[in-house]
Design a protein. Structure first.
Length: 414
């Protein structure tokens, strides 16, 4: 429920930033709320957990879409460096995730959770101070926001906190609500596209909708990493390397690690291809990403075919799967953020950036249903007994995404 609401908040946060307070003020307010959320988590009670998580969700909903909009405005829509710039920031995010996730466990174990959250608050304040000195490099908001409008935005942020806390307490309804919100966003996008004055603007918004729906399929499969794939790694993968058994959860660090290692080359590859006259379109990148994600699950089927007598598969297969998933992510994740500035009118950037973020939350809800396909009824089974279930589910994931990618490529060429 927390993750779902975290992404849903990017839609409301983008709208508040766009219509009421401006993008630069949204980043400052968002960072302040995130710092407060960390401080509140130091009081380890159930009630404070809901309040702190809600404050953090609202803060993140403000600063994430606003930050990406400001970054996108540093480039013209047709600037060849745009996608490389978003790839760089995407690498930075994942580098932070890699080190933060690696350090959080030892810090909490050695010093306790309150100290961990105090450190998180401290780094958020440092980020706020840093942004204060570099904000002059970003383009100013195009609209002048009156005091009454800013006050209305502050009121909306304040109201959002208890509403979010209430939704967290009734987490069973969050997936259904998020899927319903996704349907409403599709209807809203079609409506906004039909209202555009030119055919070109209309087609751009419809293209944005189509690519976002493809990305939702991708993120639904990607979000199986912390759930179904971790369980598969725990039970069906031989994780012993040089006499040491690697914890299953540690394999989730492979993704940000690969992004940091491979990311620098991806942006350069697109520029290099352009020099030779091959401009890879957004649709082709999205289709390629979905196809490569399918290959990431296909190699797991091959690994199961090569299983040992015990049913365990070699660790190299799961590493290869995560590598392919990372390649797919680099073709969709940073490119998607850059896509907003290319296809969306200026006055809708914040809202559409929020919708793009929301697609990950909707995908998270869908991935819950996909994960159920990998579960086996009854008591815990041996790898030999559960491998057929996993192979069957992985086949659906692999061939389904590959077919979607190929159909999208054919549609684009047509």
């Amino acid at each position: 429920a927390y993750v779902a609401l975290l992404y849903a908040a990017h839609v409301t946060g983008g709208l508040i930033a766009e219509r009421y307070i401006g993008y630069q003020r949204a980043i400052i307010w968002g960072l302040i709320l995130c710092a407060i959320g960390n401080l509140l988590l130091m009081w380890q009670t159930t009630t404070m957990l809901y309040i702190a998580a809600s404050v953090f969700i609202v803060g993140t909903g403000l600063n994430v879409p606003a930050g990406f909009v400001l970054l996108g405005r540093l480039y013209k829509a047709d600037d060849a460096r745009r996608e490389k710039g978003f790839t760089i920031i995407y690498m930075g995010m994942n580098m932070g995730m890699f080190f933060a996730c690696g350090a959080a466990g030892p810090i909490a174990k050695a010093l306790g959770f309150p100290v961990l959250y105090a450190i998180g608050c401290g780094f958020t304040i440092l980020t706020l101070a840093y942004y204060y000195f570099i904000q002059k490099h970003f383009l100013q908001d195009r609209l002048n926001f009156s005091r009454a409008r800013v006050s209305s935005g502050a009121l909306l942020c304040f109201i959002s906190i208890p509403i979010t806390a209430l939704l967290l307490q009734y987490s069973g309804y969050c997936n259904a609500a998020l899927l319903a919100l996704g349907v409403l966003c599709v209807i809203a996008l079609i409506y906004l596209a039909c209202k555009q004055e030119t055919v070109k603007a209309k087609n751009k918004l419809l293209a944005f909708l189509c690519l976002t729906m493809i990305a939702t399929v991708f993120w639904a499969l990607y979000n199986l990493g912390p759930s179904a794939l971790t369980i598969f790694t725990e039970r069906n993968v031989d994780r012993t390397v040089l006499g040491y058994t690697i914890p299953a959860g540690s394999f989730n660090a492979l993704n940000p690690l690969f992004i940091v290692l491979i990311g620098p080359f991806m942006g350069g590859i697109w520029l290099w291809l352009r020099r030779f006259g091959w401009h890879v379109t957004l649709a082709e990148k999205f289709a390629g990403g979905v196809i490569i994600m399918g290959l990431g699950y296909l190699v797991l089927i091959w690994g199961i075919d090569c299983q040992a007598k015990s049913g365990l598969i070699a660790v190299s297969w799961i590493v290869l799967s995560y590598l392919l998933q990372t390649l797919a992510e680099l073709m969709i994740g940073p490119v998607g953020f850059a896509m907003v500035g290319q296809l969306v009118p200026d006055k809708m950037e914040g809202f559409m950036m929020g919708i793009w973020e929301l697609s990950s939350g909707i995908a998270g809800a869908i991935s819950g249903y996909l994960a159920n396909m990998t579960s086996t009824p009854g008591k815990a089974l041996t790898p030999l007994q559960s491998n057929p279930t996993y192979a069957h589910a992985f086949a659906y994931f692999a061939y389904g995404s590959i077919i979607i990618g190929i159909l999208r490529t054919e549609t684009q060429s047509t």
